[in-house]
Ligand binder design. Structure first.
Ligand code: NAD
Ligand code: MG
Length: 391
């Protein structure tokens, strides 16, 4: 029997890597839904190549173009947020959640409500609504498999282990584009420079988030939510080679490290084949050639996002949703040339601060509506903050 799969965010970096693996085994998968946003040509091409049942764009103004491109193929075309939810409700055995941003939360939740196995690349889901996501999976007998490489690494290191024997989880960080730049330069770095990752080839937003370490901050929060461990047991270490993706420290002093090439097709393929392991088309590491692996403590002055993550984890509740929205808004401003690289962390910090004093974020119940409300307010406050401090 072919497994029914859907890919949300199929036209992006993770989506394309997922399709690469799927296309290599045409007899094993039946593709139910593929979704994208503005890259309609890619969506049409992929939907045809894998004979998807339906292709969905999140952008209603692009529906006609999608429909025209799929005319005569028997593949349905749809658009808009409701269509994304409908696609997530279609019966599937395995769903890839790879939309970027908080927009990925609702379709992922819907898929979980149908008891599917959700391969979760969209880190914003866990950061904004971790407890809701985990609870929904439990209630509906659904499985979440982490696809972020660090969390896939931890998941793999924990197979056959007892979580109660875990003392700490160590998440590695490449250090991003400006790891070795003098701190005084960081006020003036450009968007183009921040969009160059030393080791990984990823979407632009997550690449810039790697330079600020907002990406790592998100991953620390993800770790807390997914593995349900306390924030004080989660550490970050800078590891410039990006070959060890994470380590798990046990109560007998053992450290289990996951070592692999910096290729997302490993983590995606692991989730696609789980609970089996199958051959994957990724590089086999030659350790003698690599020679050495390096580690250093992250400098809090270079990466203020890490301190913010600790605060978000300790406060809990809706603080993650505020943090994520402020971060997404600050990133939009940076990409648009409206703030400096170093302003991003300052703006996020202030938005989290203000909203923690005005709302009881810590104790709030997490629902999709609550997340949307604080998300909108956090974005507005971050923009306002930018307008007030401009000059
Ligand atoms: P990307 O920007 O390359 O692709 C994003 C996808 O989401 C595209 O298909 C795009 O069309 C779609 N999309 C964008 N805005 C949307 C919206 N408002 N509604 C619906 N769809 C929308 O991003 P990516 O790098 O593939 O990352 C996807 C997710 O996976 C992110 O959450 C990212 O943090 C996470 N992730 C990525 C990597 C990586 O290597 N790229 C690694 C770990 C985790
Ligand atoms: Mg990662």
């Amino acid at each position: 029997m072919r497994r029914r799969i859907s890919i949300f965010g199929a036209t992006g970096s993770i989506g394309q890597s997922t399709l690469d693996l799927v296309r290599r085994r045409p007899d094993d998968f039946h593709v139910v839904a593929l979704t994208g946003a503005r890259n309609i040509a890619q969506l049409i091409q992929d939907a045809k190549a894998v004979r998807a049942e339906v292709a969905v764009t999140s952008d209603p103004s692009r529906l006609a173009e999608l429909r025209d491109g799929l005319a005569g193929t028997g593949i349905a075309a749809a658009a808009g947020d409701a269509a994304l939810i409908e696609a997530a409700a279609r019966p599937a055995d395995w769903v890839m959640s790879a939309i970027v941003g908080v927009a990925g939360l609702a379709p992922g939740l819907e898929a979980l409500r149908h008891g599917t196995t959700l391969a979760l690349a969209n880190k914003e889901s866990l950061v904004t609504a971790g407890p809701l996501l985990m609870q929904t999976a439990r209630e509906h007998g659904a499985t979440i498999l982490p696809v972020d490489s660090e969390h896939s690494a931890v998941f793999q290191a924990l197979i056959g282990e007892d979580i109660r024997a875990v003392e700490r989880i160590i998440i590695t960080a490449s250090g991003g584009a400006f790891r070795d730049r003098p701190l005084s330069d960081l006020d003036h770095v450009s968007v183009a420079e921040a969009s160059q990752h030393p080791n990984w080839n990823m979407g632009q937003r997550i690449t810039i988030d790697s330079a600020t370490m907002f990406n790592k901050a998100m991953e620390l929060i993800e770790t807390k939510e997914f593995f349900e461990v306390g924030p004080d047991r989660i550490e970050t270490i800078v590891h410039p080679e990006s070959l060890i993706h994470a380590l798990v420290g046990f109560n007998d002093g053992a450290l289990m490290a996951h070592v692999g090439p910096p290729d997302m097709r490993h983590a995606i393929g692991f989730a696609l084949n789980w609970p089996e392991r199958r051959t994957l088309p990724v590089e086999r590491l030659d350790l003698a050639k690599i020679g050495q692996l390096n580690f250093r403590a992250p400098d809090p002055a270079r990466y203020p996002a890490l301190g913010l993550a600790s605060r978000v984890m300790h406060e809990g509740g809706l603080t993650g949703a505020v943090f994520n929205a402020a971060k997404e808004q600050a990133l939009d401003l940076f990409i648009a040339g409206q703030c400096r690289f170093t302003d991003m962390a300052r703006m996020v910090d202030r938005t989290v601060d203000v909203m923690l004093t005005r709302h009881r974020l810590q104790n709030a119940t997490i629902t999709l509506d609550n997340v949307r409300d604080v998300d909108a307010e956090a974005r507005a406050r971050t923009c306002e903050d930018r307008a007030n401090t401009k000059g």
